[in-house]
Design a protein around this ligand. Structure first.
Ligand code: UFG
Length: 315
């Protein structure tokens, strides 16, 4: 598993270890945390491109590839970091897998591959027109995986995450540079930040703020296990993963107020460039083909889990 010291990777590693899998985490700790690697997983601190050939030669059933640069804003200012860190590194990983004969790959793709959608909920057949470099690099990797699967018999699944949130006990979101809505709101609730800037109140939505589809990180992690089980030789399947319900930024803030009991002062700020008004997933294909059914779709539950993690582990 690459990137297993990060937010989604660490939750997935923990769930896989609990399910009895042997897990090796490769992470360079550029954004991850060593103490997020679960007990019971072997940890290798390394750049994937350097470590993959020798490691994969040991023989693995599959690779879960989480490691990535994932800040949308940064990707626009420093595209080289994203083309190199995401695309070049992933191509090296694919080559190392081919050389070692590693049969399966589950890749962390993103809703950002779609860009501004024509309609919601977004199916996997929607046009892919990323509006930022981050999304473009993830889409490029998806295309590379399709070619490798067809040419070399790789069994591959890409999972396109919508807005991941929540926590799993001691595994949660702790980015040095935090850009995501829920952790930022919870920083305000825990006194680490004075107020929240809501980017835009003039979107064509019911309350004027953007609408997003929040998926609990545990439901997301469990989809990776199903993807590993259902991956088929020579095929690259792509699945959207969300809860299928959209919540506006105002609704998220209001729910956070109710859960934390903090007034959470807000101010309106200009729109953030590249933010689509509404992103909601159709996850029908994941339900049909992977048997995936998200169980933690209630926003209050997602926020309660994130709040508990914030209070216990980010204090
Ligand atoms: N937001 C604010 N204030 C903040 C932070 C965020 O108003 O301080 C708003 C954003 O403008 C957006 C919403 O909260 O309307 C959600 O923003 P996030 O940054 O939490 O999430 P995004 O929807 O931008 O990002 C998610 C994934 C990305 C992916 C993107 C696809 O986290 O990895 O969807 O568009 F690229």
């Amino acid at each position: 598993m690459t990137g297993g010291a990060g937010y989604v990777g660490s939750v997935c590693a923990a769930r896989l270890v609990e399910a009895g899998h042997e897990v090796v985490v490769v992470d360079d700790l550029s954004t991850g945390h060593e103490d997020a690697v679960p007990d019971g997983a072997r940890f290798v601190r390394a750049d994937i491109a350097d470590a993959a050939p020798a490691l994969l030669a040991e023989g693995f059933d599959g690779v879960l590839h989480f490691a990535a640069k994932s800040l949308v804003g940064e990707s626009m200012q420093d595209p080289a970091k994203y083309w190199s860190g995401n695309v070049v590194t992933s191509l090296k990983l694919l080559d190392a897998m081919r050389a070692a004969g590693t049969p399966r790959l589950v890749f962390s793709s993103t809703a950002a591959t779609y860009g501004e959608p024509d309609a919601v909920p977004i199916p996997e057949t929607a046009p892919t027109r990323p509006t930022n470099t981050y999304g473009a690099t993830k889409l490029a990797i998806d295309h590379a995986i399709t070619s490798y699967a067809a040419a070399h018999g790789l069994a591959a699944v890409s999972l396109r995450y919508f807005n991941v949130a929540g926590a799993y006990g001691r595994y949660g979101e702790r980015h040095t540079t935090e850009t995501h809505l829920i952790p930022i709101v919870l920083q305000v609730a825990s006194g680490k930040r004075e107020k929240l800037s809501i980017y835009g109140d003039d979107y064509p939505t019911a309350d004027g703020t953007c609408v997003r589809d929040y998926i609990h990180v545990v439901d997301l992690a469990d989809a990776h296990q199903l993807a590993l089980e259902h991956a088929e030789t020579g095929s690259h399947r792509i699945f959207n993963l969300g809860s299928g319900t959209g919540f506006s930024n105002r609704e998220v803030v209001q729910t956070c107020r109710e859960i934390t009991g903090h007034p959470i002062p807000t101010e309106f700020a200009p729109r953030r460039p590249g933010d689509p008004a509404v992103l909601v997933a159709s996850s029908a294909a994941a339900t049909t083909h992977l048997g995936w059914k998200p169980e933690r779709t209630a926003l209050p539950q997602i926020i309660t889990d994130a709040w508990e993690f914030t209070q216990t582990h980010l204090a």
